[in-house]
Design a protein around this ligand. Structure first.
Ligand SMILES: CC(C)(COP(=O)(O)OP(=O)(O)OC[C@H]1O[C@@H](n2cnc3c(N)ncnc32)[C@H](O)[C@@H]1OP(=O)(O)O)[C@@H](O)C(=O)NCCC(=O)NCCS
Length: 171
């Protein structure tokens, strides 16, 4: 399915482009971001990582829909929904630190969830949130997700095991 352009008040969501690599790298190369994401998210984050990730996303085979979060014409974050199976997906997102705390991801997550549920086959969207990530908990709860449980020591970041909350929104 084609990734649309979604215009919001605080940001524009659109498909990634190879020319986003520089801005993505500048914003993604941040330990405060990597700390809250899986260990598949590189740190340090290099331009080659951005190019590889963007190319993978542009390949039609990938079962993941990723949108660039664009502010002032620059891709400064990303949000994706990865399909688990025919009826459910997992949401993941990050934003460059200098844009935090302005309500941007609250608006973005709500819009993407609304968009994903337009597909009538999708009845469940989940999110895995480290228990020490209050900002993301706030964002996901405001999007109507409910906490279902905790996965003890599910994640490992920078040598530390981390507990992870499972949140989901179910149709
Ligand atoms: C989590 C993240 C996406 C939030 O994006 P954002 O645009 O700053 O989010 P918003 O501004 O819409 O909302 C964040 C809310 O959390 C609150 N918050 C942030 N840090 C907090 C903290 N340490 N304690 C309590 N609340 C906190 C903010 O005050 C805000 O609430 P408010 O609007 O009521 O003031 C962003 O911080 C980020 O990219 N973090 C690193 C990667 C990450 O954690 N991704 C999610 C993985 S599940």
């Amino acid at each position: 399915m084609k990734i649309p352009v979604i215009k919001l008040k605080r940001a524009l969501l659109r498909p990634l482009k190879l020319t986003d690599a520089e801005s993505i790298t500048r914003n993604a190369n941040n330990k405060n971001i990597a700390w809250n994401l899986t260990d598949r998210f590189p740190y340090p984050y290099k331009i080659a990582d951005a190019k590889k990730w963007i190319k993978k996303n542009l390949s039609k085979k990938m079962d993941e829909r990723t949108f660039a979060v664009v502010i002032d014409d620059l891709a400064v974050g990303a949000i994706s929904i990865t399909r688990n199976n025919e009826h459910s997906g997992v949401i993941g997102y990050w934003l460059g630190e200098k844009y935090w705390g302005r309500g941007i991801m609250t608006e973005v997550v709500r819009a993407i969830v609304q968009h994903a549920f337009k597909d009538k086959k999708i009845i469940r969207i989940s999110a895995n949130i480290h228990t020490d990530n209050p900002g993301s908990k706030r964002v996901i709860e405001r999007a109507g997700f409910k906490r279902e449980g905790v996965l003890k020591k599910h994640a490992k970041r920078f040598g530390k095991y981390k507990d992870v909350y499972v949140y989901a929104k179910v149709r």
